[in-house]
Write a protein of this length. Structure first.
Length: 318
């Protein structure tokens, strides 16, 4: 079968299309014929050996797939060959076939596109986790609001009754953010973007900031975080960290916390999945997808890192 593998860490040019042996399902696993494989910023960081763990090489990237179950293991319950599903995998997603623990496998309706389904895994579940404490009437600032997580955050935050400010890096993306329902769009590449946030909140600042850029943008968030406000960090697309002043937090009674979907409880994951499926069934969510053929994984990584995509980035297979 075809798979995209890396033999050394580094740039997107290290992604290779190779023929490797087709996997088989273990006792607690299902074998999925992949139709779409999701790409995340975490993949680009892992490719550079900058992620939370270092994989053994050669390694096939990809932690989420959507497709059709081809075979099931001896211990598998409530899953069967022929089902349309999405699943998280422990690597190996960028391939024509992938194996997944059956407990991570979620059936999807016949009318849900495979590419769009992948956005409901990492992106959709992350969005709901980030908004768990959001209250109706609060003002929320969402960075990278035209991205995979950001585009869902905008819609879900509006549904929860918040005033939504969304940032993006171009006029085209800001237009899309407005279409998704944001009350105001802000270009964070402009020098006065923090002042624009203050202007949009009558000088108060945002009650909640969802941060994933890092670096200088991350540091500047404190200029427009309201007194008593909370900033939640779930990534660093720039690849850069930033410093936080403990005394500044004390002075304005602010909170900074991190969010990592990998440490979410199984109960919450199940609840989030059910909530997402409810939103999809009610046509409340516009799921944006940027698709690339499997063989163009390199181009997909370059486009994602170059901020040239909108919505979920997906590799299509077959």
């Amino acid at each position: 079968m075809k798979a995209i593998r890396i033999h050394e860490f580094g740039g997107a040019g290290n992604l290779r299309v190779e023929e490797i042996e087709k996997p088989t399902a273990g006792a607690d696993e299902v074998l999925i014929k992949t139709a779409a494989a999701g790409i995340n910023f975490a993949d680009t960081m892992l490719r550079q050996n900058k992620y939370l763990f270092t994989p053994e090489l050669p390694f096939t990237l990809g932690f989420e797939v959507a497709g059709i179950i081809e075979a099931v293991g001896a211990n598998v319950k409530n899953r069967q060959a022929g089902q349309r599903v999405l699943a998280t995998v422990k690597g190996g997603g960028y391939a024509e076939y992938a194996v997944a623990d059956y407990r991570t496998v979620v059936p999807i309706p016949d009318d849900l596109d495979f590419g769009k389904a992948t956005a409901l895994l990492v992106q959709g579940l992350t969005a709901l986790g980030l908004l768990a404490d959001l209250k109706s009437g609060q003002t929320i600032l969402i960075h990278a609001a035209a991205g995979g997580v950001g585009s869902l955050l905008v819609q879900l935050a509006k549904y929860k009754g918040a005033k939504v400010l969304g940032t993006a890096s171009s006029a085209e993306k800001l237009e899309k953010v407005a279409q998704l329902g944001a009350d105001a769009g802000i270009n964070y590449t402009e020098a006065d973007w923090t002042q624009q946030v203050l202007d949009a909140t009558d000088g108060k600042g945002a009650d909640v900031i969802i941060e994933m850029v890092g670096g200088e943008i991350g540091r500047q968030n404190f200029k427009c975080l309201a007194t008593g406000g909370t900033m939640t960090i779930y990534g660093a697309a720039s690849g850069e960290d930033f410093q936080i002043s403990a005394l500044a937090l004390l002075w304005k009674m602010q909170t900074v916390k991190g969010y990592n979907l990998n440490f979410e409880t199984r109960e919450n994951m199940a609840a989030f999945t059910q909530e997402l499926m409810t939103h999809i069934a009610a046509n409340r969510l516009q799921v944006m997808v940027s698709e690339f053929p499997l063989e163009q994984a390199k181009e997909a990584h370059n486009a994602l890192e170059g901020r040239k995509t909108m919505g979920k980035v997906v590799l299509t297979v077959g």
